[in-house]
Write a protein that binds this ligand. Sequence first.
Ligand code: MRU
Length: 330
Amino acid sequence: MNFYTLDYKDDNLMLLDQTLLPGETKYLQLTDYVEVIEAIKRLSVRGAPAIGVAAAYASVLAANQAGNRQELLKMLGEIKDARPTAVNLAWAIRQAEALADTNPELSPAELKPKLLELAREIHEDDVRMCARIGQNGAELIKDGMTIMTHCNAGALATAGIGTALAVIYTAHKQGKRIKVYADETRPLLQGARLTAWELAQEGVDVTLNTDSMAAYLMQQGEIDCVITGADRVAKNYDVANKIGTYGLAVSASYHNVPFYVAIPVSTYDSDCPSGKEIEIEMRDSKEITEWGGIRTAPEGVKTYSPAFDVTPHKLVSAIITDQGIIRPNP
Ligand code: MRU
């Protein structure tokens, strides 16, 4: 990859500002945990694993800023609440909270090196998990396949080479000739702006389609499998992912196209019994009534803007993880 998504150097969290892609490659340099929360909320950093890593580093910044332990715990709570659906965020902060709990005598300044060590571990684990997802998933990809993906589950969504796109990158590196259709992914165009951008840079044959073209492509027999990432996988393997994923899974099932979901273990939430219990983030109505500051819908129109949906496990052919492949419906 000729870019990195995030890094931490000398008490600065560097984040590639994904709201500016593909036009501009600009890094935010953050020293305040509140700035990280804002960056997560406006999707400057996005994708479940990447926000988990960013949150872990935000806890280090919070330790720099907190006057006492009570303040630090409050700050950790604020970071945890930045976005509700991707479990990786809460997963990372729960580990920071556990560290504070097991060291009750330490001040925030004394906890800081331990929090930094934890954040680096979460960061490096994510890089390793992405690589393993790629290796495990590439076994499902045959030479000549055409793969559809939705949203961005690539390097931009993780600290490594991605989840769904890790499978694609690994198969591509293995010399398999593959073709990718990237769903545009309304309303924020992660597919068009981010997935098409990173796949093209890596020399993968990528074609952009709008979300509404996906079912037609399947009907024409153009798609051999679908691979997406996930923001949370419940205990029963129901999958929360970017809005539109459920519709894609329904279409894939109707057309007998395998539907794969690629995740690191940090995205599996064994405390969440099923998709019904997953909180779905609702986004600002402006994200569907405007584009680039220009109104695309009449003033005063009522809106409905969930950021994610839940795909029942019955529609999932396999979950590709860093630890192997799970078949939810054996
Ligand atoms: O709103 P976003 O851009 O954070 O949504 C991201 C997704 O839905 C991804 O598919 C998911 O986080 C998996 S990323 C490896």
